[in-house]
Each structure stands twice: as C-alpha cells, then as structure tokens.
Design a protein around this ligand. Structure first.
Ligand code: ADP
Length: 460
C-alpha cells in the first residue's frame, strides 16, 4: 500500500460551489443539510438563476462564455478569497478533473472537495490509469498500458497482437471524443494519424493507446467512496449503456442481470485499487461488460451526473459523504453495512430537439414536475427560467425508485407521461418512446442500442 500523508481534520464553514445548474443546487442542498454556508458563482448568463439567491452569497465571475467564467481558475480563486470560503466543491464537468486547479485550491489554503491532485492526474491520463489498474488487479480491456509509438511497423504489430477490430484512444481524451475504431489493417495507419492530430488539437497531447474494440458491451460502472484514513467502500453498480455519441441518456442501479458473485470481486478490486493509489473521496470505475466479463475503461475522479441512482438504492448521500471526507472524517459505513435495495432509474432531460438533437434555448413558459413516493427531480429550472445556449443542454434529472426494475420502469413511464415543460424543445418525447421499447424493458441492451434504435425510428 502506498504511504499516504494523512491530513489533519480540516474543518470549514463555507463551501464555494465552482459549478452551475442542477449540480450547484444538489451541492447547495448537501451543504445546507450539514449546516454549512454556500457561495455560488455565476457567469453573466446565469446572473438571475434562482439558486444563486438561495445561497449565502453569489458572485459573478465573468462573461457568459464558460472559458471566461466557470473555467476561469483565477476568477474562482478570487471569489473564494473574497467570500472567505474554506472549501471548493467542483461538481462535475468544468474544472472537476483538473489536477492543476485542485492543486491551486489547496495552495490557496482551501480544501478541494475531491481527491488529491496526484490521483486526478494519474486517472486523467488513460494510459497511467490503465497501468495503475492492471497493477491493482482490476480487469482491463486487452491491449498494452503503453503509449503507441510512432513506428508504423510497431503499430501494425500491436494491432495484430490485440486482434481486429481495435480502438485507438487519446490518453487525455474525455467526453466521448478522441477515439476511433479500426475495423482492419487497411485503415490502421490513417486512423492513428487522424486521431493523433485530433488529440493534439483537442487535448493538447498527441499521446494515444490502443485496445480491443468490444463489439456489443454494456457500460457498467462501480461507485466508490474513500476517506483519508485508508477506508474505502463500493456502493454497488450502475448500468449506463443507453448512450448517444458516448453521452449517457438514461442510467440505472443496479445494472440488470449481473450476478452478485460476478460483480463482487470487481467491486473488491476497485476498492483495493483505491487503497493502492491513496484515493480520497468519491470516484467511479467505468467498465465495459461483455459475455460475463468486466473490462476497465476509465476512472472518473469526481461526482457523476448519475450518482442519484446509487443514492436511491444505497440510501447513502454521496455528496454529503464527499464533504465529510474532505473535512477529514472517517467513512461512516463499512462494506458489510452497504446494502443496496430495489431499483433506481434516472433520465436526463436535455434542452434539445428530440429529432435533430440541436440545442434548444429560450424561456420555460410552464413547468409541472411530478412528485410522489420514490420520485426525485434534481434541477435548477422553474417556470420563467431562461435556458442559455452557452452550456450543456442538461436541465433536469428525473429519478425514480421501485422495489423491482419493472416497478421502477413503470414509475418512470408515468413520470414521463405526467411531466409538462413548455416553451423550449426537450428530449422528453424521445424518452417516452424509449421507455416503451421492449428490449429496453427486458434489459437487453448494449452501448450501441440507442443509436440503432434512433436510426430505425428515423427510417420508419
Ligand atoms: P470518455 O472519457 O471520452 O468518456 P471512455 O473511455 O469512458 O471515454 O469511453 C466512452 C465510451 O466509448 C464507452 O462508454 C464506450 O461506449 C466506448 N468505448 C470506449 N472504449 C471502448 C472499447 N475498448 N470497446 C468498445 N467501446 C469502447
């Protein structure tokens, strides 16, 4: 086990939320429940957001463009200093997986609510992440944990050894970008060159690696939570196979049809890997799951959009736990006490055209959000809210919990039928149709299913 500097308990009274939208609201709620004050930051486009007014302080940190506001490290650190915040919660996206930002927060004498910068850096590079996981005994996708060399002959050899089809991926890639599938040797060199160039432009590093392209896997991920005292637990698993362009659309916990004896050793390996790398806070190990086997693809060193489905099944508040762990507290639960019950599903409501997927901005003229037992809605929107074209199209998350998967599916169908959101286009009509789909209802989908389903619908 790696030696670790156990930091003394670092108490703080005020948390600066370095994010926006639904996740800012979610973090705000967790802080309030823990008796902590909150500072929200906003761009000019978000100046009138209601959640800003619900904070103890709200500071405008720059113009609408994310690069000049939510990604502006100096402005965020200045806001933290001005507001006398003691900690920064980065949420997801924006600077949440930026090791330099985490280090700058700590250097400014604040607590970064997340892992140590070194863990973020290791996991941020997919090659070093794969190496660390292989060393810890976590099952990985076949392929070397090494950067692809420049020599075309060696590249040929690596691909032949793995066996076609292969996937070429940028070490610094993210958000579903910087990867290309290579069906056979004819396309190899050109695809490598294209991906290298794309990676250099998009991620500032042309470092690539190659692995087996799995044909029909599911995306199954494991949520972990670790403290600064060597304790770590996994809180069950989620299926996030419903994806379009590598972006998740609906998620559920647990992943259907995976026997306990198959998942338990993988969960245990994730926890062991966390101990070995001295991981702190919440994190997610993402796997592809095919023919009963798990293959690690990457670790997200932050809170995830889909964390609520795990909260609904485990009964554990992941955001509160992140904050407590950052304050130096010992994890409240041990692995034996983790009990996941029932089934939870989340739908992402996006402000976009349900056919063309073009982003849709404008004013929400009417909003009726369903409520009832086992229904949770995480959102920052309200009637009269103006959806800005500047940011991600996610405007709300509908989350349900039922005793069984069938119950949760039925509840989600009802929630989708009852929700009313006027004034802008959303993907709600598409979700309504998707939740009527037989294969999805039976839990027989994979990561390509949604795209094929959309193709069939547009052809019909
Ligand atoms: P990102 O960091 O951009 O999200 P990931 O490595 O997590 O990239 O991969 C995103 C998605 O790409 C996965 O959920 C899966 O759909 C697909 N993918 C990645 N690696 C493979 C692989 N080896 N075989 C098949 N599909 C893959």
């Amino acid at each position: 086990m790696r030696s670790r500097t156990v930091q003394p308990a670092r108490r703080f009274e005020t948390v600066l939320i370095a994010n926006r939208g639904e996740i800012a609201v979610r973090i705000q709620r967790a802080c309030r429940e823990l008796g902590l004050a909150t500072v929200t930051v906003c761009s000019e486009a978000d100046r009138d957001a209601a959640y800003g007014k619900a904070s103890d302080m709200s500071l405008c940190i720059g113009p609408s463009s994310a690069a000049k506001s939510y990604l502006n490290q100096d402005a965020l650190l200045l806001a933290a200093r001005l507001s006398e915040a003691g900690a920064v919660h980065p949420g997801y996206g924006f600077l949440s997986e930026n090791a330099a930002f985490a280090a700058a927060v700590e250097e400014a004498g604040l607590v970064f609510i997340g892992p140590e910068p070194s863990s973020i850096a290791t996991m941020g590079d997919k090659i070093s992440a794969k190496s660390a996981m292989m060393a810890a005994g976590v099952p990985c996708v076949p392929g070397p944990d090494k950067e692809l060399p420049n020599d075309p002959a060696v590249i040929d050899q690596i691909a032949a050894q793995i066996g076609y089809p292969v996937i070429v991926k940028a070490a610094g890639g993210g958000g579903g970008r910087g990867m290309r599938v290579v069906p056979n040797a004819d396309a190899l060199q050109e695809t490598v060159a294209l991906t290298r160039e794309e990676a250099r432009k998009a991620f500032g590093s042309s470092s690539l690696y190659m692995e087996k392209f799995l044909q029909r896997p599911r995306h199954v991920e494991i949520q972990v939570l670790c403290d600064n005292h060597g304790n770590a637990v996994w809180l069950g698993h989620r299926d996030c196979s419903m994806q379009r362009r590598h972006q998740k659309v609906a998620e559920e916990a647990p992943a259907p049809g995976i026997p306990r004896q198959t998942i338990a050793p993988v969960g245990a390996a994730c926890v062991e890997a966390c101990r070995q790398i001295g991981y702190r806070g919440a994190g997610t190990f993402e796997f592809l799951y095919e023919n009963g086997a798990f293959y690690f693809i990457e670790m997200n060193t932050r809170l995830q959009v889909e964390h609520p489905v795990t909260e609904m099944t485990s009964g554990f508040d992941i955001v509160q736990a992140q904050i407590k762990v950052a304050q130096g507290e010992v994890l409240e639960i041990s692995q034996d006490e983790v009990e996941c019950e029932g089934h939870s599903i989340e739908c992402r409501i996006n402000a976009e055209d349900p056919v063309s997927f073009m982003p849709s901005a404008g004013i929400i003229t009417a909003l009726d959000l369903p409520s009832g037992p086992g229904i949770r809605v995480d959102t920052h929107i309200h009637a009269g809210y103006k959806v800005s074209p500047h940011y991600d199209s996610l405007i709300a998350k509908l989350i349900v919990h039922g005793a069984t998967r069938a119950e949760a599916m039925a509840k989600m169908r009802d929630v989708l039928a009852r929700i009313r959101l006027d004034g802008i286009s959303t993907n709600i009509p598409l979700l309504r149709a998707l939740f009527e789909d037989d294969a999805f209802i039976r839990g027989e989908t994979d990561i390509h299913y949604l795209e094929q389903w959309l193709k069939q619908r547009s052809a019909a």
